[in-house]
Write a protein that binds this ligand. Structure first.
Ligand code: ATP
Ligand code: MG
Length: 272
């Protein structure tokens, strides 16, 4: 048998060993390629990437990149709002997708809304494990990650239902987990979807763990007083900007997003 034949035989042996599971155990990231036809139409950066709305998400992404790269790389960003149904989850997914597609950034999208996790539904994925399994059972993050096949995007779903989301997300274990993720994935963006700020205490705990906050305001949902109360809760943290969501704009014949750098949000329409 020639050396080349021996090498080929060895390669075949190794391949067979891997496919039987003996060697491949260590890398458990599940390839779960999305079927774009089954993804929610709100995930417009996937379903209609050339639309004006997708272009707005790209502008949002550019501002987030600019603001997070000013002093070193601040890679961990949470998306929240005053009340529920303001568009946090839709914003988090579209932002993560544009980040992973456009600049080829590696992005980790985390569903930390343990009360009403929705990211997997918008993406039409059926996760088996997630964040709570890592927090409660010590499951390694790499075993809960899904790779939907969108650029370099990984997705950590919420995991099994728990009775105590406030305690769990405020726990030392959550802090350690976010530190571990930041350290382990230091070259990638980490986008965390959270519950609304006013009704639920866990969003305050998460805000203390992240580098920046994208705050979503949907037209006609929260009163000015409510928005102001929510921003007061988050005031000691780095609010990167406010996404003014679902605004009817005649000229674009549709609903899309305005983005206001936080320091100027009162009067300015920069970024529209
Ligand atoms: N830009 C938009 N244009 C039209 N409808 C929108 C837009 N953003 C959000 N919506 C509507 O609001 C609903 C809630 O959006 P989403 O799930 O992103 O909100 P949320 O703030 O994450 O809600 P929750 O607090 O329940 O987690 C969507 O299903 C959709 O009907
Ligand atoms: Mg949500």
């Amino acid at each position: 048998m020639s050396r080349i034949e021996k090498a080929l035989e060895k390669a075949t042996r190794l391949r067979n060993k891997t496919s039987s599971g003996a060697v491949s155990e260590t890398l458990a990231v599940r390839e779960d390629t999305l079927d774009v036809t089954k993804v929610s139409s709100y995930i417009i950066t996937l379903t209609d990437p050339t639309s004006p709305i997708s272009e707005e998400y790209r502008k949002l992404k550019s501002m987030v990149v600019r603001l997070t790269k000013q002093e070193g790389f601040k890679n961990t960003i949470m998306v929240t709002s005053t009340l529920s149904k303001e568009g946090k989850s839709i914003t988090a997914i579209n932002l993560a997708i544009t980040l992973s597609q456009e600049y080829d950034y590696t992005v980790l999208l985390i569903d930390a809304d343990l009360r009403d996790p929705s990211l997997h539904r918008y993406l039409n994925l059926t996760p088996e494990a997630g964040l709570t399994d890592c927090l409660v059972d010590g499951l390694d993050i790499s075993r809960a990650l899904l790779k939907p096949g969108i650029g370099k995007l990984s997705f950590l779903p919420s995991g099994k239902k728990v009775k105590n989301p406030v305690e769990l997300l405020a726990s030392q274990r959550m802090k350690e987990l976010i530190d571990e993720i930041k350290h382990r994935y230091s070259d990638r963006y980490i986008i965390i979807d959270t519950p609304p700020t006013l009704p639920f205490a866990e969003t305050r705990s998460i805000s203390a763990l992240v580098d920046g906050i994208v705050f979503v305001v949907k037209e006609g949902v929260a009163s000015l007083q409510n928005i102001s109360d929510a921003l007061e809760i988050l005031k000691d943290h780095n609010i990167l900007g406010i996404v003014y969501n679902d605004v009817g704009i005649e000229s674009l014949e549709g609903r899309y997003h305005y983005y206001y750098p936080y320091s100027q949000h009162a009067n300015t329409k920069e970024g529209a």
